[in-house]
Every structure is written in C-alpha cells, then in structure tokens.
Write a protein that binds this ligand. Sequence first.
Ligand code: HGY
Ligand code: MN
Ligand code: MN
Length: 437
Amino acid sequence: MAESFSTLRINPDRMLDSFTQLASIAATADGGVNRPTFSEAHLAVRKWFREEIEKSGLEFRTDGAGNHSAFLPVIARSLKGDEAILNSRQEIASGQRTPLAMTLLIGSHLDSVPNGGRFDGALGVMAALEVLKTVKENRINLKLNLEAIDFTDEEGTLVGLLGSAALAGHLSQKDLTSPRGGREHLIEGMMRAGLSDASMLSAARPKDSLAGYLELHIEQGRRLERAGIEIGIVSAIVGIWSYRLSFLGRADHAGSTTMDDRLDASLGASAFTLAAREMVMKDFPNCVVNVGKMDFAPGAFNIVPARVDLALEFRSPNEDEFNRLNAALLDLAEKEAARFGLELKVEFLGKHSPSIMNENVCTAFATACDNLNLTHVSLSSGAGHDGQSLSDLCPVGMIFVPSVDGASHSPREFTKWEDCVNGANVLLQTTLRLAAG
Ligand code: HGY
Ligand code: MN
Ligand code: MN
C-alpha cells in the first residue's frame, strides 16, 4: 500500500499559509512568539487551531488535559477478527461507528517558552495537520486512525510535558501540587482554559488505543547544519530533573552593614551557579546544568538580599547518571550555602526520564528519507519532547530538521522553509508506511 503512495507529497503552500497565520498570533516584534501555556495568546492560538481543523473537514477533539487534536478516522470498512483492536473509550462513548482501529498520533506543541521562537513545536503541529489534510484529500484508506495533536504545556512554563503525561496516564496529583511553574500559576491557567486537576487526571487514553507517536521538530542545535545533513533521526531523548533551591540569609542595610557582617543570599546562589557549571563540565561531560532564573527578595538596591530562589534544571541521557549528578549538585549547594553562613531550602519539582526511540519507527523514517533522496543521520536529543511521555506506551519516533545557527528558545530561531517541507514529507511518507500496515 505504502509503495503506491511513495510519490505523494504534502502541499507546501498550504502548510506555509497555516504556519504563517499561526506565527502571527502573539508574534513578538523581533520575529519570535510569546505563548506560554494557557496565556491569552496560547488560548487564542488554540482557538485558531480548532477553526483550522474544522475548516479542513477534519474532526476536532480535545480532552481533560486540554490537548487539541484533528482526528481522521480510518475509512469505515469491515475489519474482521484480530484486525479489530478496541478503539479508545471516548470513540465508543461518542458513538463513533468507526471500525475498531488503533490511532497513530502525530504532533508536537503550540505553547512556547516566554519570548521564544516561531518554529519550536509549531512546525511539528502544522506538519501533522498537513499530513492529515493530504491523506484525507487523497482518500487514502489506512488501517489506523490518524490524529494530529497539540500537547498541552510541553515547555513546562506550568508543569512540563503536561498534556502528553496526562494522555499517557503518567500524571499524578503530586505533579500538579508542586509544579515547577508554581501551583498558583497552574490553577489560574487551568481556570482560564476551563480545566481542573480532576480533568487533567481523567485524560489517560486506554493503553491499547495508541499504535504509535511520530514528531517532527527543529533540531535546536548545530549538528545538522554543520554536517550539511537534511534530516536527523532521533535515537534517544534526554531526561530532565528540576528543583527550586532557596539560599536564605538576612536582610540588612546595604550601606551601614560591614561586608564581613553580612548574610548575603546572593553570594551562595552565585557561587553555586558558577561551581555547578565547572563541576558538570569536568565530571559529567555528557550532561548539562542550567540556572534559568534567580529571584531576589526583598529585591532593592539598598537591602542586602535575604533570599535568592534559583530555578535549577539538569539533564542526562542516562538514568543511572542522574542519581550521581543529583547528589553532587545538592552537596555543592549545601557547601556553598555553608560557606556564606546561609541556610538552604531544596524543593524537588519533578523529573522526566530519558527515553529510547523505537527501532522500527527509526527504520521507517530512514526508508522515507532514502525514497525522498534526503540525507539523514541518527542523533540524540538534548531537548525534552512529548515523545518521552509516550515511549513506554507505544512505539515513538522523532525527526529533526536543521536550525540555522542552532538558535532556539529565542526569536533568532529559524529553519529554512525547504527543510520544513522536507521534514513534513518524511513525516507523511512514514505515516503512510506505518499506517498502511
Ligand atoms: O526544554 C526543552 O528541552 C524543550 O524545549 N521543552
Ligand atoms: Mn519543542
Ligand atoms: Mn522548547
């Protein structure tokens, strides 16, 4: 079946039109986007996405986690015997008379980091939607339902991989009680989106309803560009652990307190940040550590800082290494706090395990690249992605397209449109290969 469609391609102008409209929603002056989860801008882009889905004659679906999808049911025909595999409950509950089939998820995320780039996540969702439009207009009869999905809060401005974790049934109340973006922000955001803890926890799909998950994403690094290679086939995705560290000193007058009489919280926070970078570069060469935010309190020119809250995140491709890195970083924080006479408060804010991509899906991607005469290479992902929430549930695979100058999580983020189209065609051809059975 897939052979007969090997010449099929997406409609690049139609995808460019959707991508451009999407990028214009909450665009920033310097060419980026600002759409943190459940912000007014993010809700606006989801409203646009739903209209786009319904305009194209695809079925719109959403769930208790706010995931938004375009759904293309397998064309009704009798499936007999063991071919028929139970659909997800909501398909049966909604009276779907679609024959019993599993669903191949294709997608990414429409939320962005604050002042991020217009390709991160957005390209994957637009390409997924374009794949469904292309399959639908060519009336291709597949063995699987297709679903183009925009996962809630991939970026973690609230929780991180929230929608995919909920869909996979991995989300717990604990994840919602002390999320890295703060409980208050999460509650406010869910209220704006008409969601709740209970609805989030209700979003789990039946384990046997998903046939697989495919994602196209920008590389967000320089390897493909430097090597002059068109497609990256992702072998594994890093794990990510998050903490809030609070260095606690004493507020004092910044003028009349002698330097040796201060309990200055900023000294512990700064010394830790520098020392953590040194230690990871020396002792954990395939890991990274990041302090993305420091909040000073009371926060005035003329007060010695009493408290500094520090947003700490570290990543490793290797589960065992995390425990060593975790212990080393927390010991270091204790040491630097003690050095300046400070107290240290440690709040664990969640973790995502590293995950290996499915071999069969990687092979299907490589075959599609070869048929499209596109060069490809296997590489690991230093960025987290929704696929790591799903990899224990169903076969997961990802492809990357080159990022110009490796820029991402910044308005400088850019990928050439030709590379975007290449990625979308690999996604289409791989979808056909896997869904045609
Ligand atoms: O942070 C990440 O790795 C991803 O962009 N959410
Ligand atoms: Mn992303
Ligand atoms: Mn990102």
